[in-house]
Write a protein that binds this ligand. Structure first.
Ligand SMILES: Cc1ncc(COP(=O)(O)O)c(C=O)c1O
Length: 331
């Protein structure tokens, strides 16, 4: 049996919705490949289709199905003021008839723009809190859950980014698509480069790698945390995902598959860097692909730096996953 089919058979019994239009395109980056004389590809998860697309729709396919199956009637989650996750959750909840309550980091803007504007268009109820501290946002979200319960609702709590085991299955599924592409075309990748923060995206890919025996490396470019902290987060979600799939995994073995690079983080989350700006311009100018300043621009800055430093050879095929987020450009 083909590796992609075998991997898919481990998750196909887990029910999901179809917000995402799949498989997403995977194509060569012609101009960038010519520029560096390398074989560079892009998986277009910015084109998952739903609510302006992005990596979070893959997670929501599983998470919202779970919420509906268990009879929840509303959703509570949190994120940054311009959270892509919150934009897509607002839309997903809305189309499924659930009220969505967002706890957003930062003051209410005078004029809602970009993701906040879209949250409101989807009817989300927003509470703005003047903090970037994740534990305070989480606390406020759990308070909101309790408040709603007292009012007679049954709220489904989603942690930031939908990065739990169920959400990460969305990226086990994405990994199946990548394997399927390789099986069809004969183009095999040695490296996958992706922006990471709450960790579900990389965790799902790594779980897919562990289960399929794929031999390349998955490099997560961290956009919010230092390497050690980020690696721990990814590890936890991979372990939980394997457990959900009933697949025994050894922590020390899993650790070896988790590569995190924090060299492109700059001064921190949502703090733009010169290299990120240059990467955004390059992708726009050479490929007509728009990246964002928080996630994909930083991941692309890493990708370009690897190319400039000769860390990608002529014989390799390298895949950049575009995880979406360009709505941020309209902030
Ligand atoms: C556009 C974009 N790319 C990448 C990520 C990182 O994904 P994860 O949170 O699963 O690590 C996010 C998360 O918010 C995102 O919005």
């Amino acid at each position: 049996m083909k590796k992609s089919k075998k991997l898919f058979s481990t998750i196909k019994h887990i029910p999901r919705l179809n917000f995402s239009i799949l498989p997403t395109p995977l194509h060569k980056l012609d101009n960038l490949s010519n520029k560096w004389n390398r074989n560079l590809y892009c998986k277009r998860d910015d084109m998952t289709g739903f609510a302006f697309g992005g990596n979070k729709t893959r997670k929501l396919d599983y998470l919202i199905k779970d919420a509906l199956t268990k009879g929840y009637d509303s959703i509570v989650t949190f994120g940054s003021n311009q959270s892509n996750w919150c934009r897509m959750t607002s839309a997903a909840g809305s189309v499924c008839g659930m009220d969505v309550h967002l706890i957003l980091a930062g003051l209410k803007p005078e004029k809602p723009t970009a993701n906040i504007k879209l949250d409101l268009l989807s009817g989300a109820k927003i509470i703005h809190i003047d903090t970037e501290e994740e534990h305070l946002l989480e606390e406020a979200s759990l308070e909101q859950v309790e408040k709603l319960k007292k009012e007679g609702y049954k709220p489904y709590y989603l942690s930031v980014g939908g990065s739990n085991a169920l959400g990460a299955l969305g990226y086990v599924n994405a990994f199946c698509e990548i394997l399927e592409f390789s099986e069809k075309t004969g183009i095999c990748f040695s490296k996958i480069i992706v922006a990471i923060s709450s960790s579900g995206t990389q965790a799902g890919l790594v779980a897919g790698q562990l289960l399929s025996g794929w031999e390349g490396s998955i490099v997560g470019i961290s956009v919010s945390k230092k390497r050690e902290e980020q690696q721990e987060k990814v590890l936890q979600v991979v372990m939980d995902t394997c457990q959900l799939m009933n697949i025994p995994c050894d922590t020390d073995i899993v650790k070896k598959f988790i590569t995190v690079d924090d060299n492109y983080l700059g001064e921190g989350y949502r703090m733009n860097t010169k290299d990120c700006e240059k990467a955004i311009e390059l992708f726009a100018g050479e490929e007509g692909i728009f990246l964002d300043e928080v996630y994909t621009g930083k991941a692309a800055a890493g990708f370009i730096d690897y190319l400039n430093k000769g860390m990608i050879s002529k014989s390799e095929n390298v895949l950049f996953i575009h995880t979406g987020g360009a709505v941020q450009l309209f902030e």
